[in-house]
Design a protein. Structure first.
Lengths: 429, 842
């Protein structure tokens, strides 16, 4: 009898994975044995806000076993290690400051990656090239070139990728998109993507970094700047060297849903027109706080990306010739209202169904099938955000070739597709 | 929109330039900028760049180059100058920038400018810097050269790839891979890396092979991949090599290779081969592999079927159909069925359905597949299957219902009319799901005509489910009444009488009442059963009549117990009507059991009228104890709103009750009622509540600004008294636990009256889940459209209470989950507020 090892289980499980895939790729819990030897092994890199939440998701998944954690902040690291050990009732969880040591372990199947944005590409590309499947936080990448390199690594190394755009695994969002895709509001001409308004700030004084944080490592591939408590831990989101502001934070949610509804998940706009943008003048936070950018797709459909104000609500709202559909985490409205009671027939577009985002990822790790938010789709959603950021940075209208992923006739804009990494980091690893 | 944008950015441009004319030269200001100084200085340059067209960049670049070359310019300023030069820079800035490459603090900012600059000069600057830097800086320069894929640098970089510094060597190896021309690949092939760089080396080989393949040198690339695949390299590299080989070998060889790997004994290799299959851009190759699917080993079949189930551009239909015929493996069959859900056609419907006949354990998988096939003609094929294949009829019916195939309705009706009882029964089942009011007449005709009990029952069930969703119950009721009149058999008549309960209505009730006198006992019984089950209080006079006049004692009891008392519990019926029903029951009931039940229910209806009836009921010796208990319960509930009536009723209980326990309970209740509206720690306990209010298409947050009747002057609102139960802390009013309020996306209102002995300042403290809007004496004093859990005291508002009555109105929104509010009245300093009484007034 062939010996069943932990890894071999993954592929033994494929048949069962297929059984479970009606009508979607669904709970792996139905797939059989759950002894520790059969677990999918997890290493978690980045254990702040989102990483800590995702760690809970993997700890709670019956098919997973978290083996190692990694963070450049010793407090986050110790706290995560304790959490894992408390969960399993042992002291087995390994803790690393340097993600490369964790990635060198051949007994880890899956990486939960939730670092600040500026680390996404380097960590995940090395993970993928080390044979790991990755659950990565959104936004997918920190710039467009990184995003393309990440997609290439996923495909060339044959890995499974899920992005933390979990709204896709929620019924209302899917149904809203199905209504739009199936013409229930007629021919779509516009979609509004309402994102949060940012805030100015980051005025805390520069100090020595706390001893538990390896700050130089934290800055990593991005430009170095002196430490302040407003620099790191979530606040990095409001600085363009490390994050991308509210625009980039949320484009992977509502922008992603807008794309899903339009069916433009594998392409992008051809024209990006910045209407207005307001940037903070003081403090170290430099991301736009208010913004409005009009993107136009090749078929003439417009996507308005803006902070939610002036009657535009958070969420995605598609307008068609016969009505509109609006969806957000707390709301779902249609015009006419009866659209909410519509049934999507089998001969119409029925979108991918998942009711559990981490669960969907694990099912796909087993079946080797595509997740609900694969790398290319996540890259295209993030691309819209990057294009908007470049347009408001330059203050001018841009033309974009979504196939070649280049701006047309604008050298300066093309120079902003990627950024040189601070030594010794790079994404060409 | 487009014009507007130009104007907006144009305006910013003009404004900022004119502003700048009056201010200091921003470039000069930047020169001395350091971390810690205001970023406003930097912001000015950002704005200049944002408002300048590319043809104006030259001037900015010149100013920035001057600053870079100046000894006076701080290093911190130079970091930012480099960031701006990324946008406005050209070959002209290269010399000034290149000199920074050797500065540990500025080397990275300099590379940010040079790396993306499409210029030979920039490339040359980076190459020249190689000999001037060491360690990390050298690694950085090498990686920038790699990103630029500078083929002129191969000769220089190869020296570093075998150097002693592992960081530099790793970057050099990676850069050679990224440059990825034949020369770079040859260099890489000739390197024998130390163990710590083996993985970096193989990654670089894979990258270089990829670039060569993209450039058309597939044979060269294939050889690299093959070597890696055949080696004992790290598994991840062998997986990547499979992908590379599939994309570089001639098609026939690639197919053979892929098939071999899909059937590998090594599960990792099989998984990698599956991925290569998915990502291969060559559709012909994929079709070629798919064609061979029926002959592959089981594990390979499962992997490929899974992928085919996700993609459209490869023919998954033929191999899946073939597998349905040839495989006996349930797992494979299920996978093939799943694949057919995407690729199957109308012509495949019967073949797929037959699997369920052959293997009943796969029925669910068959149904799921048939439900999802989306190709044209599938609905018609399913209707045909239903009609022609008895063995597949149940499955076809299930699928037609779930697909909501309305085009099946005429077929169902036709079969319903036919002579085949089995078919007619299945058709009636279909109508239960898909039918509308229009088919009720047909179903009624079947009930009239058929002698088959099974068919009659199924037809009746179909009418019931149609009635439940019907929007015109009056018309439906008339159709059934007409059918009842036309029916000749007892079975049909009794069936229609049962169905009339589901439509209700005046003529339906009349038909049922008249049937109580039908000469046939079965019909009579059916009529009585319907009467007792009737859904609204229009039936009460008839039920009371039966209880009063019937000589059949059992019937009298049932009409009260299952009829009247059931209706008196229904929240949908207005309070006064429920009281009237209970009063009638007390009058006509012959048994004590029904009277006791009525007394108990009166204790649940929060009005002073209920109290009065209970006081009266207490005069009947057998009811005395029950009436006292209900009185105590009710008085506690409404005591805050009707303190006089409640206390009076409780005093009566206290005086007259012989049971010591009841007297004590009454005494405690009196004490409680006297302080019913306000807890000792200031929480409001006595309220009038109403709701829930909803609006189609609006969620909890959106309802916050929707004005419902309690907010509208002069509107009529049915307020219900509510007192926070003694076991609830913090005056918590929990709507999500109240039967009439449960649900998402709705609003409730609470109202009470604060009587203040004098005009005084006060602090209202609230906790709410979710949003909260508060009016005091008609004016909004607080508004918070929050989505949050309720924490008492999370919102505090200072108000002025008028002397005398102050009306407090609260609107509480609900998105989902818990739904509660806590309200407290304190002095401005958060202490107890004296001289106030809470007394809700209807």
């Amino acid at each position: 009898m062939e010996k069943i090892t932990r890894r071999s289980f993954l592929f033994k499980g494929i048949g069962a994975g297929v059984i479970a895939s009606f009508p979607v790729i669904i709970p792996s819990r139905v797939l059989g044995a759950e002894s520790p030897g059969n677990k999918i092994t997890i290493g978690a890199i980045g254990l702040g806000g989102m990483g800590s939440g995702n760690l809970g998701g993997f700890l709670g998944h019956p098919r997973c076993r978290v083996l190692a954690v990694c963070d450049v902040d010793q407090r986050n690291l110790e706290s995560a290690k304790k959490r894992v050990n408390d969960h399993y009732g042992n002291n087995d969880c390994a803790a690393y400051k340097d993600f490369r040591e964790l990635l060198a372990r051949d007994d880890i199947d899956v990486i939960s990656m939730a670092t600040p944005d500026h680390w996404h590409a380097i960590v995940s590309i090395l993970a993928l090239k080390s044979g790991k499947d990755v659950y990565g936080e959104k936004p997918f990448s920190h710039d467009l070139k990184e995003g393309r390199a990440m997609v290439n690594a996923v495909n060339k190394y044959g890995r499974i990728w899920q992005t933390g755009s979990w709204q896709r695994s929620t019924g209302n969002f899917r149904f809203a998109c199905e209504l739009v895709r199936n013409g229930r509001i007629g021919k779509v001409h516009t979609v509004e993507v309402g994102l949060p308004t940012g805030g100015a700030g980051g005025t805390a004084p520069f100090t020595d970094p706390p001893p538990e944080l390896d700050y130089d490592f934290w800055c990593g591939p991005s430009p170095w700047a002196p430490y302040s408590k407003d620099r790191t831990h979530w606040n990095w989101r409001w600085q363009m060297d490390y994050g991308g502001g509210q625009l980039m934070d949320w484009i992977g949610h509502h922008g992603d849903i807008a794309q899903w509804g339009l069916g433009t998940e594998y392409t992008g706009p051809v024209d990006i027109n910045p209407i207005h943008a307001v940037f903070p003048k003081i403090g170290i936070w430099d991301a736009a706080t208010r913004y409005k950018i009009e993107c136009t797709f090749a078929n003439g459909v417009k996507m308005i990306v803006q902070n939610a104000e002036s009657g535009v609500r958070m969420g995605a709202k598609w307008y068609g010739t016969n009505g509109w559909v609006w969806v957000d985490r707390g709301g779902f409205e249609t015009d006419p209202p009866t659209l909410k009671n519509e049934k999507i027939r089998p001969d119409e577009i029925n979108l991918y169904r998942s009711n559990n985002h981490i669960g969907n990822f694990i099912d796909c790790v087993i079946s080797r099938r595509q997740t609900i938010t694969p790398a290319e789709v996540a890259h295209r959603s993030a691309s819209i955000g990057h294009l908007c950021v470049i347009a408001i940075t330059l203050g001018r209208r841009l033309r974009w070739n979504p196939e070649k992923e280049e701006f047309i006739g604008d050298d300066s804009a093309n120079r902003l597709l990627g950024r040189a990494k601070r030594e010794p980091w790079n994404i060409i690893i | 929109m487009k014009i507007k944008s130009v104007i907006l950015f144009g305006l910013i441009s003009v404004m900022s330039l004119s502003l700048l004319a009056q201010e200091k030269d921003p470039y000069q200001e930047v020169q001395s900028w350091q971390f810690g100084k205001s970023r406003e200085t930097l912001f000015k340059i950002d704005e200049i760049i944002r408002s300048t067209k590319p043809d104006g960049y030259k001037n900015i670049e010149k100013r920035l180059i001057t600053l870079l070359n100046s000894q006076q310019t701080t290093k911190d300023a130079k970091r930012y100058i480099c960031k701006w030069l990324v946008i406005v820079g050209s070959e002209e800035c290269v010399p000034a920038v290149a000199q920074l490459l050797t500065d540990p603090e500025l080397s990275h900012p300099a590379r940010m400018v040079l790396e993306p600059l499409q210029s030979q000069v920039a490339g040359e600057a980076l190459r020249n810097a190689l000999s001037k830097v060491q360690g990390k800086l050298l690694a950085g320069v090498i990686s920038s050269i790699g990103v630029r894929r500078d083929t002129k640098a191969v000769g220089a970089i190869k020296l570093y790839a075998t150097g002693a510094d592992p960081v530099v060597a790793e970057n050099a190896i990676a850069a050679l891979g990224e440059i990825g021309n034949d020369e770079a690949l040859t260099v890489l092939e000739n390197i024998r890396p130390p163990q710590n760089l083996e993985r970096a080396h193989t990654r670089a080989l894979i990258t270089a092979a990829g670039h060569l393949a993209d450039a058309g040198f597939k044979t060269r690339a294939a050889a690299v991949y093959k070597k890696i695949f055949d080696s004992s390299s790290t598994p991840a590299f062998r997986y990547a090599a499979i992908n590379g080989i599939v994309n570089t070998l001639p098609q026939n060889q690639a197919v053979a290779f892929l098939i071999e790997q899909l059937q590998s004994k090594d599960e990792h290799i099989r998984g990698a081969a599956a991925s290569a299959f998915r990502h291969c851009p060559d559709t012909a190759l994929k079709n070629n592999v798919a064609e061979k699917l029926p002959n592959l080993e089981r594990e390979a079949q499962l992997l490929v079927l899974g992928i085919l189930s996700d993609i459209d551009d490869v023919n998954g239909r033929t191999p899946s159909l073939k597998l349905l015929q040839t495989s006996n493996d349930d797992t494979v069959l299920i996978a093939a069925l799943d694949c057919l859900a995407r690729h199957g056609e109308a012509a495949d419907v019967q073949t797929i359905a037959q699997i369920a006949t052959k293997k009943p354990s796969l029925s669910n998988a068959v149904i799921q597949t048939l439900q999802r096939i989306s190709k044209p003609g599938t609905d018609n094929a399913l209707v045909k299957l239903f009609e022609t294949d008895a063995s597949a009829r149940a499955i076809a019916l299930n699928v037609l219902s779930n697909r909501r195939v309305e085009s099946a309705l005429p077929t169902f009706v036709r079969l319903l009319r036919g002579n085949d009882i089995a078919l007619a029964t299945e058709a009636a089942k279909g109508l239960a799901t898909l039918g509308t009011d229009e088919q009720v007449k047909e179903l009624s005709d079947v009930i009239i005509k058929t002698e088959d009990d099974g068919l009659r029952n199924v037809a009746a069930s179909a009418i019931k489910s149609i009635a439940r969703k019907s929007k015109d119950k009056t018309a439906l009721s008339q159709t059934i009444v007409n059918s009842f009149d036309a029916a000749k058999t007892v079975q049909a008549r009794t069936t229609f009488l049962q169905l009339l309960v589901f439509t209700g209505g005046e003529s339906a009730l009349k038909t049922v009442v008249n049937s109580l006198n039908n000469p046939n006992q079965e019909v009579k019984n059916a009529a009585f059963e319907s009467l007792v089950s009737w859904g609204d209080d229009s039936v009460v006079p008839y039920l009371i009549g039966i209880a009063k006049n019937s000589t059949d004692e059992k019937q009298a009891i049932v009409s009260l117990r299952d009829g009247c008392l059931r209706l008196a519990e229904m929240e949908e019926i207005p309070l006064q009507k429920r009281i009237q029903i209970l009063q009638d029951v007390l009058q006509v009931a012959k048994r004590i059991d029904e009277k006791k039940r009525a007394v108990s229910l009166l204790g649940e209806i929060p009005t002073p009228d209920s109290l009065k009836i209970l006081q009266k009921a207490a005069s009947i010796p057998e009811l005395k104890t029950d009436a006292y208990k209900s009185t105590i319960r009710l008085a506690r509930q409404i005591g805050a709103i009707y303190p006089d009536q409640a206390i009076s009723a409780l005093e009566e209980v206290k005086s007259n009750a012989t049971d010591e326990g009841i007297r004590k309970q009454a005494e405690q209740a009196i004490a409680s009622v006297k302080n019913a509206g306000l807890s000792p720690d200031g929480f409001v306990l006595a309220w009038l509540i109403c709701g829930p209010f909803t609006k189609e298409g609006k969620d909890g947050s959106a309802l916050f600004n929707e004005a419902f009747p309690p907010e509208q002057a002069g509107s009529t609102v049915q307020w219900k008294p509510y007192t926070v139960p003694p076991n609830k802390k913090n005056g918590l009013v929990e709507f999500d636990k109240m039967s009439g309020f449960k649900g998402n996306d709705r609003v409730a209102y609470l109202k009470t009256t604060i009587i203040s002995d004098e005009a005084q300042d006060a602090q209202l403290e609230f906790g709410s889940d979710d949003g909260l809007k508060v009016w005091l004496n008609g004016k909004i004093v607080h508004s918070n459209n929050a989505v949050r859990p309720c924490v008492p005291g999370q919102d505090k508002v200072k108000v002025k209470l008028a002397k005398g009555e102050n009306t407090l109105l609260i609107k509480l929104t609900q998105g989902g989950g818990e739904w509660a509010v806590s309200s407290r009245i304190r002095s401005i300093g958060g202490k107890e507020l004296n001289d106030i009484t809470i007394l809700p007034k209807i």
